[in-house]
Design a protein around this ligand. Structure first.
Ligand SMILES: [Zn+2]
Length: 412
């Protein structure tokens, strides 16, 4: 393969970040003294230990996946598998590509399965978070796998068809298809996909309904959907999120939050999600996603152009799919600091807007402390790890920022 140097460069950069991440996972350094204002030594230590286990699994599963795909790509295996697929498909290139995809998909699923089972089942049980039986874990796993297979299978067919139809400009078409898909997916996810895994019921508790109404009026929003999700069937952890676009916009509260947290802290959560709504964060995130998607397809196109003798006409050979997978695995890992940086900025904006909505910074701070304590957050993570992979600012940063929000009036 020509252009090996570019791929090795990409893998070298990945290796450097993996080693740095591993270093700070194993030797996280001292905890900021401010942490002791809010947490006991035992709480801080438990949060660190739990985070360490999760970080190690994340690294190990990523390294295993990249290792397997790189072994395929840089050895003879991918080309052999490609030829086999071509023979089976009797020379029909898109069918052959699909067969190749199926084989690689199954292989990566098999590589990833032990890590996923360990982290989302065994580890969660060991730390006392999971309320799920093994049977229901497997049911979720199969549902997720089927969904993934159908969607990525359709994506593969479209990719190979596009590379055959527009050999020089397919990246533009691929980018356009994915951009449309990102919008559709964000729109449909909460109404089609989320209900496959959980039940959602409108919040009817009069206290919550009144709270939502009050906050929505202050934010000058018409929030018509606040749903409660049966999270307690899987976990004791509490959370909430904002999802959807246009008419599918909704705020989702975990039932564990309503069960275990005082009302003023629930209010802080609702205000935070409403802030995402008000500030248009899903829309913004979708736009960033679309821009990144075009940049990545162009980069992939250049990588493939330089490294392979590609046919002038007709779709790419099936084994190119292994390179595509390697590229996206590594690019999304290396893109982590950018994506999490953007996310952290939105989260910080939502936190400060929320405090202005509730005028109750004390409850917002207590919420951060309670969430970190109950869900075992690493309250003072190594700065490198926070920079690399935290989608939310760490607990101490959030508390500091909430405290720093200037308030015009105090709560009546
Ligand atoms: Zn948020």
């Amino acid at each position: 393969m020509r252009g090996r140097i570019m791929w090795w460069g990409l893998l070298l950069a990945t290796g450097v970040f993996v080693l740095a991440y591993l270093y700070f996972t194993l030797l996280p350094g001292p905890v900021e003294p401010a942490a002791r204002q809010y947490f006991t030594t035992a709480e801080i230590a438990a949060g660190r230990k739990y985070a360490q286990a999760n970080r190690l699994i994340f690294l190990a599963s990523f390294a295993a996946e990249v290792g397997v795909v790189a072994w395929l790509v840089f050895g003879p295996a991918a080309a052999r598998l490609g030829h086999g697929a071509m023979r089976l498909a009797q020379g029909r290139p898109v069918v052959a590509a699909f067969l190749f995809f199926l084989a690689l998909w199954a292989l990566l699923r098999a590589v990833n399965l032990p890590f996923s089972l360990y982290s989302s089942y065994y580890l969660e049980h060991r730390w006392g978070f999971s309320t799920e039986s093994l049977a229901s874990w497997w049911a979720d796993y199969f549902k997720g796998a089927v969904l993934d297979l159908v969607l990525s299978g359709a994506g593969v067919l479209l990719f190979f068809w596009t590379t055959g139809r527009w050999p020089q400009t397919w990246w533009l078409y691929a980018g356009t298809f994915l951009a449309v898909w990102l919008v559709v997916a964000n729109y449909l996810w909460p109404v089609l996909v989320a209900p496959l895994f959980n039940r959602f019921t409108p919040a009817t508790d009069p206290e919550i309904v009144a709270m939502v109404k009050r906050l929505a009026e202050r934010a000058d929003l018409s929030v018509d959907k606040v749903l409660v999700m049966d999270a307690s069937r899987r976990t004791t952890k509490a959370n909430a999120y904002f999802a959807g676009l246009g008419r599918t916009k909704r705020i989702v509260l975990y039932d564990t939050l309503l069960r275990d947290y005082p009302r003023d802290e629930v209010e802080a959560v609702v205000a935070h999600e409403m802030a995402h709504w008000k500030l248009g964060h899903i829309r913004q995130g979708t736009i960033y996603g679309i821009l990144a998607n075009f940049a990545l397809w162009l980069l992939l196109f250049l990588f493939l152009r330089f490294s392979l003798d590609l046919p002038r006409r007709g779709p790419y050979p099936p084994e190119v799919w292994a390179l595509v997978v390697l590229f996206f695995l590594v690019a999304s890992f290396l893109g982590n600091p950018v994506a999490s940086g953007i996310s952290r900025r939105m989260e910080a904006a939502a936190d400060s807007y929320a405090v202005k909505l509730t005028s109750d910074p004390a409850a917002a701070v207590r919420l951060q402390v309670d969430l970190a304590r109950r869900d075992l957050a690493d309250v003072s993570p190594p700065p490198f790890i926070e920079w690399f992979s935290y989608t939310h600012p760490s607990t101490l940063r959030r508390i500091e920022a909430i405290r720093a929000v200037p308030l015009k009036e105090s709560r009546p």
